[in-house]
Design a protein around this ligand. Structure first.
Ligand SMILES: NC(=O)C1=CN([C@@H]2O[C@H](COP(=O)(O)OP(=O)(O)OC[C@H]3O[C@@H](n4cnc5c(N)ncnc54)[C@H](OP(=O)(O)O)[C@@H]3O)[C@@H](O)[C@H]2O)C=CC1
Ligand SMILES: O=C(O)C1=N[C@H](C(=O)O)C[C@H](O)C1
Length: 249
């Protein structure tokens, strides 16, 4: 039976993933938290696959441990910067790895719809992304908002959608729109698990494509599915996506 090691086991997502794994009959090899009482290296050696929903500061240590043990890794942590992505690319040459800002089926389907809408609508339609999350969320805009922006950029013809919006952060105030810019608005409050709305607006009409997460269970279920997929025997090193896992690629 596949055993999952949960990095950040004390967190909201860590606990949800433990519940989802138990419900799916998947073993838990162990968990870590910020206090370091459990050795990451020991857990990496004991687990068939690791899942990391923690904080960008912890990423380098988690990658080192996974590579040293040869253990596949799923990174769900958001707020990553270009340097983090360079470390992930280097690790993916050694182990199978998935880095994704959203593990839900719905958002990964929505990405394709957003890409298609942006492609068909063309440059006369402005694109804005509005997201709302619980009061504890630290990063802004959400990783999913950036993913959806990347899909829209790809639909508009960009070779690498992320290259445009990894660096284009939120723009505020009535400064007028930059041509081709995608604008983000973020709300934080209550216990919202994750709402995203992509608004395509032109003169006289709007199209809205959105997704609402009713609980973290959908992210946890997707993370367990991705973990089982990544841990399949013979999975070669590489940087895979949720589209690969869900058969959407
Ligand atoms: N990809 C996806 O589908 C999703 C991604 N996320 C992302 O997952 C991440 C975690 O979210 P959430 O569970 O709500 O956050 P929490 O704050 O509830 O949990 C964070 C976890 O990380 C641990 N941690 C914090 N700092 C460190 C550190 N320096 N080293 C090691 N471990 C550390 C915490 O340990 P301790 O308890 O000891 O502080 C805790 O276990 C966020 O980036 C969030 O955006 C969330 C939902 C879905
Ligand atoms: O922090 C969260 O809770 C979530 N984070 C992810 C993000 O930043 O997009 C995914 C989901 O929306 C929940």
């Amino acid at each position: 039976m596949t055993a999952i090691g949960i990095l950040g086991g004390t967190g909201r997502m860590g606990r949800a993933i433990a519940d989802a794994a138990t419900a799916a009959g998947v073993a838990i090899a162990g968990t870590t938290a910020r206090d370091g009482t459990t050795s990451i290296a020991t857990l990496a050696g004991a687990a068939d696959v690791l899942v990391d929903f923690t904080t960008p500061d912890a990423l380098a240590g988690h990658l080192d441990a996974a590579v040293a043990a040869g253990t596949p890794l799923i990174i769900g942590t958001t707020g990553l910067l270009p340097d983090h992505h360079a470390l992930i690319d280097a690790a993916a040459a050694r182990i199978p790895l998935i880095q994704t800002y959203n593990t839900s089926l719905g958002v990964n389907l929505l990405r394709g719809l957003v890409e298609e809408a942006a492609r068909r609508l063309g440059p006369d339609w402005d694109i804005d992304i509005v997201e709302m999350h619980h009061r504890h969320k630290l990063d802004t805009p959400s990783g999913t908002a950036l993913l959806l922006g990347a899909s829209a950029n790809i639909g508009r013809g960009a070779a690498d959608g992320h290259a445009l919006n990894r660096f284009d952060r939120m723009q505020d105030g009535p400064h007028g729109r930059e041509e081709g810019g995608i604008y983000y608005a973020s709300l934080r409050g209550g216990s919202v698990a994750g709402d995203h709305q992509v608004i395509f607006a032109t003169d006289g009409e709007r199209i809205e494509l959105g997704h609402r997460a009713e609980s973290r269970a959908i992210f946890a279920k997707g993370a367990v599915k991705a973990a089982l997929w990544l841990a399949e025997p013979g999975r070669a090193p590489g940087r895979y996506t949720m589209a690969d896992v869900l058969g959407l690629a």
